[in-house]
Design a protein around this ligand. Sequence first.
Ligand SMILES: C=C1C[C@]23C[C@H]1CC[C@H]2[C@@]12CCC[C@@](C)(C(=O)O1)[C@H]2[C@@H]3C(=O)O
Ligand SMILES: O=C(O)CCC(=O)C(=O)O
Ligand SMILES: [Fe+2]
Length: 345
Amino acid sequence: MSSTTLSEAYRDHPLSLHHVIPLDFNTIPTVPDSHLWPPSDDDFPSDDRLSIPVVDLMDPDAVKLIGDACETWGVFHLTGHGIPLSLLEHVEVEGRQLFSLPAEQKLKALRSPGGATGYGVAQISPFFPKYMWHEGFTIMGSPLEQAIQLWPDDHKRFCDVMDDYQKQMKMLAEKVISLIMRSLEIHEEMIRIWPEPAGTALQLNSYPSCPDPNRVMGLAPHTDSLLLTILHQSATTTGLQIFKEEVGWVLVYPIHGALVVNVGDLLHILSNARFPSVLHRAIVSQSKHRLSVAYFYGPPPDFNVTPLVKCLNSDQMTGFLSVTVKEYISIKAKNLEKALSLIRI
Ligand SMILES: C=C1C[C@]23C[C@H]1CC[C@H]2[C@@]12CCC[C@@](C)(C(=O)O1)[C@H]2[C@@H]3C(=O)O
Ligand SMILES: O=C(O)CCC(=O)C(=O)O
Ligand SMILES: [Fe+2]
């Protein structure tokens, strides 16, 4: 089997907006027209007391709790995950340090036209008529190449923290996926259905404070493409919202030390649509700079994704065409939210 890396898979689909660079948010006194979003009609306030489930990984019932959370919400808070609090703090400190660099310094690590990694606007930006109040930094594997540009003599700590974080997140993602598989009654020996190396990415998201937060968008509504996303959101301010049918946008309040896990498109496919790939977005604050760190986990790019036999209905009908991860990335890069419906049977 030929082995494509995830960054190669993304490199095949360069952003048509690669020349667009994030604003210098620190110096801008008012929101420019390019960043003013029209009010949307699904913005009615939803029930404030509603919140996503919390699952403790150490709970003896974790398999059932995670399975239920994936089925009813597609997203949950995860506690008892074993990731040291100090590592979560370090990744946030390093992220804040990166985004607080002067704009011209950050541009030295600008994502290149054909590249998938580095500093820049969100990859989904070309699909929206307005720009987001957001800057991102994408890492696939080692961040060394970009970190050297940012800090020629002082990049070791940043790289070490990002490497350590990705290692720990990979183990956690695999643990969570094995529990999800068990919730689908897939036996231990059948759980590892794809080979190494997994396709993974780490995204640092920065949402500067905004003079007019209600008229901008932090990160536009989207679903994540891979199997599973594990998100650490800074506890200093809220921002993440998920869309729940018949309810509307539900705020995901940060729980100190907990991580947010959400189902992505590939897990929606594997589960034959039993688990929803949850639509989510980020809003911004007037006074606080918000940071989030998202880890994306999926099978290797050449792996064929097709609904698990255990998830087929009694008539054995599969709901999706079989696609490789790479093919799905390509369909998504061209069609964004229509991607899943294009492969539905
Ligand atoms: C492995 C991934 C997953 C990516 C693309 C690539 C690297 C960056 C990820 C994000 C991060 C921000 C939201 C998103 C929607 C985006 O625009 O870039 C994500 C996207 C996806 O889940 O599709
Ligand atoms: O900042 C957040 O809370 C959401 C980030 C996100 O959805 C992503 O990186 O895919
Ligand atoms: Fe996301």
